[in-house]
Design a protein around this ligand. Sequence first.
Ligand code: MF3
Ligand code: CO
Length: 279
Amino acid sequence: MFRRRRQSIQYKTPEQIAKMRAAGLVVAEVHQAMRDNAKPGVSTAELDRVAEEVIRSCGAVPSFKGYDIGFGPYPASICSSVNEQVVHAIPSEKAVLAEGDMVSVDVGAILDGWHGDAAITIEIGQVAPELTALREACEASMWAGIRAAATAKRLGGISNAVERAVEAAGDYGIVTGFGGHGIGTEMHQDPHILNYGPANDGPKLRAGMALAIEPMITLGAPDTAELDDAWTIVTDDGSVAAHTEHTIALCGDGVWVLTAPDGGVEQLGELAASVARDQ
Ligand code: MF3
Ligand code: CO
């Protein structure tokens, strides 16, 4: 594989994970605002304004705004990827949501120096049944990955669980160019988390790891292209894509889904960390 360099993983203390939970709850609040506001006739620029307002009203900072991987700063607080857009689409006044669209909203917030990062795919009005199935397959694969984070020995267990869940759900493309990541005092840390691959691969899963798990799947082929804006990733074949993401922490006695309002308890049951179940 190409990422053979030594991993530099930031292990968090329980106190630091509690700070990440506070950042995660800001992201969860933005998601609720996105669900409430993403309706036919609303532009993604309007969603971005709402998101930034929520983030700042919580005393947090939008982590995406100004984020620069060498091609200039990202100009907004969310990525809002509509239909064949997979990830990293820049909000725009011209991108007006219409009945039948699917929009994936990715949000990052920094609170007290710690990051939360999560994405949801939202149906606009009534969508075609295959789009609902696509969204549900993406969510199911993310939760399979999160459950594996509680049970697997190595990081590859997460990747493998995501892949198998997508395959079990139907004939979908798994986007290969992007994946999940470690997260903490930076949005993107080691390790990189593939959404496919062998279960016995990668670093050992250990308490104190904080990970963003984010499958991206398509109704067609997995191949993607980047638009001229240097950010927006679209499917090559124009098929609709979905993207779901949570930030989680490995707590020693289970997983805490930091960007889920209930900490992941409903989905994880006994696999949820006691700190999540006690809330
Ligand atoms: N949440 C996204 C990810 O993990 C990051 C968005 S890129 C930005 O890939 F430029 F918008 F920040
Ligand atoms: Co992410």
